[in-house]
Design a protein around this ligand. Structure first.
Ligand code: MTE
Ligand code: MO
Length: 395
């Protein structure tokens, strides 16, 4: 086993008493190259930490890679360590839990239209790791180039040096509505219904102000001298890391924030307190929680949340075998999406009165507004323009 740790000698892992050759799977692993931590050894300890793995689907993928069985005399890894999830924040969660460890929960879709701002207990929650504990006094945000630190800011520095701003911003997980795709074909990852989207009024400072203070304010100089094209946001739950193009991060109109308030309250630990990035219009994986490092770089972040297949704009291929994820661009701005929340999908309705009240939402990424909503009551044969004038052009 121990000899099989690299592509040249093939990469093997064990799970319980099975031996698996994962060499050709590494490029498709949603968690990226972290799977290599188990190369030549057991994946059991990692799966104990990330229990989204023990689904039928993952076990099916794994069984396809099985090449052998450990001898009965060989040591099978017994997982025995302190539960890494024992320090999760106390939760008041009024959502539908999709995974306990890491904790993932979505907003009840029928409740979304009742609240323009999602109350915090109803917010969707999407963690990839245990929720870290960040000591507010010891907290430092490092701003750096790949090879040199530029400066460090304490929480106080952030609050005092830059003007306080508020923005109402919706975050949507790029995996929202993945469950519906299941009807088209097998999908990998958490099966969200349409509730992995929520809205808050965020308070904090503008990233563009902070980057300007750090001397990174002049885009053309940056490109000319350092060839900086991407700004990375790393979280305290390392190895979480993701990046956006430098023009989004630096623009006054990009509205990227370092948030420390949510709906008028101190940003809860659950949602990235003390400081998180809020990057409007992009998939929410760019809004790094517990952000403690911002890096200006020539290249995109290297993590699976940036470069893995799950975060790439890919065509509907039957199989990704032998295809390099680098041949597709990373998802950044999300397209228009809309959902009817009431009546609930697939429910029976009574239209004796000749009228049904429908409620739902429409949202677009990239700062683009919703300009029209059309509704069909006959499966798409005819369409009516809905009167939503009071909702449009929200300031
Ligand atoms: N540090 C860190 N930031 C993160 C994540 C994470 O696991 N760790 N998850 C991302 C993803 S995929 C989503 S959808 C949003 C979810 O934010 P929320 O839990 O506040 O709703 O946070 C993003 N930021
Ligand atoms: Mo996400």
């Amino acid at each position: 086993m121990a000899k099989h740790k690299s592509k040249d000698s093939r990469i093997w892992v064990t799970y319980k008493n099975g031996v698996y050759d994962i060499t050709d799977f590494v490029g498709q692993h949603p968690g990226g190259e972290r799977i290599l931590l188990a190369a030549g050894a057991a994946i059991d300890p990692f799966w104990a930490m990330y229990n989204q793995h023990t689904t039928k689907q993952v076990l099916t993928i794994l069984s396809g890679l099985r090449i052998g069985t450990l001898y009965p005399s060989e040591e099978i890894v017994k997982v025995d360590f302190e539960d890494p999830y024992s320090k999760e924040p106390p939760r008041v969660n009024l959502g539908i839990v999709r995974c306990e460890k890491p904790f993932n929960s979505e907003t009840v879709i029928e409740l979304i239209p009742d609240n323009y701002l999602t109350p915090i207990p109803m917010w969707y929650k999407r963690h990839h790791h245990p929720v870290p504990e960040v000591d507010q006094d010891a907290y430092r945000l490092v701003i750096a180039f790949e090879d040199a630190n530029i400066l460090q800011l304490s929480l106080d520095d952030i609050k005092k040096k830059f003007p306080f701003q508020k923005r109402t911003i919706t975050l949507q997980c790029a995996g929202n509505r993945r469950h519906e795709l299941e009807k088209v074909g097998a999908v990998q990852g958490l099966e969200w219904d349409s509730g992995a989207i929520s809205t808050a009024e965020w308070g904090g400072v503008m990233l563009s102000d902070v980057l300007e203070y750090a001397g990174l304010g002049n885009t053309s100089a940056l490109i000319e001298h350092a060839n900086v094209r991407h700004i990375h946001f790393a979280g305290a739950d390392q190895p979480f890391d993701s990046s956006v193009p430098v023009e989004k991060a630096l623009s006054r109109f990009g509205d990227v924030m370092l948030a420390y308030e949510m709906n008028g309250q101190p940003l809860p630990r659950e949602h990235g307190g003390p400081i998180r990035i809020i990057c409007p219009g992009h998939l929410a994986a760019r809004s790094t929680k517990w952000c403690n490092r911002i890096t200006a770089s020539k290249v995109e972040a290297s993590s699976g949340w940036q470069r893995g297949f799950a975060y790439k704009a890919v065509p509907a291929l039957k199989s990704f075998d032998g295809i390099d994820p680098e041949s597709f661009p990373s998802v950044q701005e999300l397209p228009v999406t809309s959902v009817i929340c009431l009546p609930k999908p697939e429910s029976n309705i009574d239209y004796e009165e000749g009228e049904i009240t429908m409620k739902g939402w429409a949202w677009s990424g990239g700062g683009r507004n919703i300009i029209r909503v059309e509704v069909s009551a006959d499966g798409g044969k005819t369409w009516q323009v809905a009167d939503v004038s009071s909702f449009l052009n929200l300031k």
